[in-house]
Design a protein around this ligand. Sequence first.
Ligand code: 6GU
Length: 229
Amino acid sequence: MQVQILTLFPRLFENFLDESIVGIARRKGLLDVTLHDFREQTSDPHRSVDDRPFGGGPGMVIKPEPVFAAMESLAARDGGFDGMPKLLFTPQGAPLDQERAAWLAQQPRWLGLCGRYEGFDERIHQSFDWIEVSIGDFVLSGGELAAMATIEAATRLIPGVLGDDESARQDSFVDGMLDHPHYTRPRSFRGQEVPEVLLSGNHEEISAWRRAQAEERTTVWKALREDQR
Ligand code: 6GU
């Protein structure tokens, strides 16, 4: 999976890209992330990427020129965007979910644009055929954390990234279900015991218990979701 990220803060990605599963995937050659600082596309003395909103109001708006210049230079370099998904990280986007992450994991390459400040000039939204993505109903100062969340969610679904491909398939949200509880040693910890069935060695009973637990959690989670509406 080759990912191009357009951002004003490439250094935010540094440790993220080196550690844990994402770092392993990169070292295995299964993930390649290129960061493009679109401030480099400015030519004015102040290197400004944002400006005050027409009509007044607080905050600054990302200017179209540096974004268009960065996109056009990428398209020219890679022989166009043919079929390549282009994600725009914005709180107004569609919520990122496991299905979208799995779809991205299957794409040979995709691109993500991270905003900052009050938002993008509307002409950026209207161009490039974006898939607008949000990671939840709250406001971040920029799309970088959303881009990292998206990269991580997709990366762990690339075949060969996790040591055990089963573990991604059994995760929460696969088939719309939450995962069952997990226990490790010690059997007894501060008065809390590991459920007896998990120590039984009876694989059928263990599977049935896990399924029932996952179903119960999913039911509770769905009810909570409904309450929040
Ligand atoms: Cl993608 N961007 C920003 N700025 N805020 C967010 C978000 C994205 N997703 C949730 N909040």
